[in-house]
Ligand binder design. Structure first.
Ligand code: SAM
Length: 248
């Protein structure tokens, strides 16, 4: 069936691809991808070889026009990014938007996502999460982004580029209550995978304790804003004291 298939690919472990994804990649007429070398490498692992179309931030609109013409001609086009789910902190959204606007079918092929993987193994208990993605790299903008997130009760999910991890964690620790939990989800599904949970006040020390921790890919989770029940606790204790007094 002619459609744009949005295909999730592994975030590390090559086994993390679905049977359906491999099938769609093998029957696609072409694959639009973030980086042709990266995707060629991925295809080789599954014994596939395909026409690849480079689609990155700067040419997405132009590529979309070409893909729409091919979809109208009845072709099947797959869209992948370098890792994980396309269009989530990755290129692809503009292509999907243009294809939908043209009235053509877009089908998602679910699979690996660093954010959801990190959440699933974090042990943070919360029915809600907020995907904050990458924080701004400029100090002032990052501070205001964090200030805006401070009161949110949902678990916060951040992505970060390997070289900025220390800076980002320092900024998060400075912006939020020190007793909040942070989960470092590093190199998920890869050889040096590490998932560590501690409080924000201990976060910098954990990062500094091993030079390897300054490298690698990270998802950072932060537990939601503490529920403001201090006043209630104090009131409860006051009443309990009165009751105990009465009983004695
Ligand atoms: N589209 C991808 C997804 O579905 O998760 C995200 C791509 S985004 C450009 C790359 C960021 O995702 C990294 O900087 C890191 O924050 C996170 N990431 C990707 N793979 C990861 C992994 N194996 N372990 C930890 N974080 C990862």
């Amino acid at each position: 069936e002619s459609a744009l298939y949005v295909v999730a690919t592994p975030i590390g472990n090559a086994g993390d691809i679905t049977l359906r994804a491999i099938n769609v990649l093998s029957i696609a007429d072409a694959i639009a991808c973030e980086d042709t070398r990266n995707t060629a490498h991925l295809l080789t692992r599954y014994g596939l070889s395909k026409e690849l179309i480079a689609a990155h931030e700067h040419n997405e609109r132009e590529v979309a026009t070409r893909l729409i013409a091919r979809l109208r001609a009845g072709q099947r086009i797959a869209l992948v990014s370098d890792a994980g789910t396309p269009a989530v902190s990755d290129p692809g959204a503009r292509i999907v938007d243009a294809v939908r606007e043209a009235g053509l079918r877009v089908l998602p092929l679910p699979g690996a996502s660093a954010a959801v993987s990190a959440l699933s193994a974090s042990g943070l208990v919360n029915d809600h999460f907020y995907f904050a993605g990458f924080l701004p790299s400029r100090t002032k903008q990052r501070e205001s982004a964090l200030a805006a997130l401070r009161g949110m009760a949902a678990t916060l999910v951040f992505y970060e580029a390997p070289h900025r991890i220390t800076e980002t964690v320092d900024a998060i620790a400075a912006a939020f209550e020190p007793t909040r939990q942070i989960v470092f989800a590093r190199e998920l599904t890869k050889l040096f995978e590490e998932i560590h949970r501690c409080t924000l006040q201990d976060a910098a020390a954990w990062l500094a304790a091993d030079a390897h921790r300054q490298k690698g890919e990270y998802v950072i989770l932060v537990s939601g804003a503490p529920v403001a029940n201090d006043v209630d606790d104090a009131e409860a204790e006051r009443i309990l004291a009165i009751l105990l007094e009465e009983c004695s």
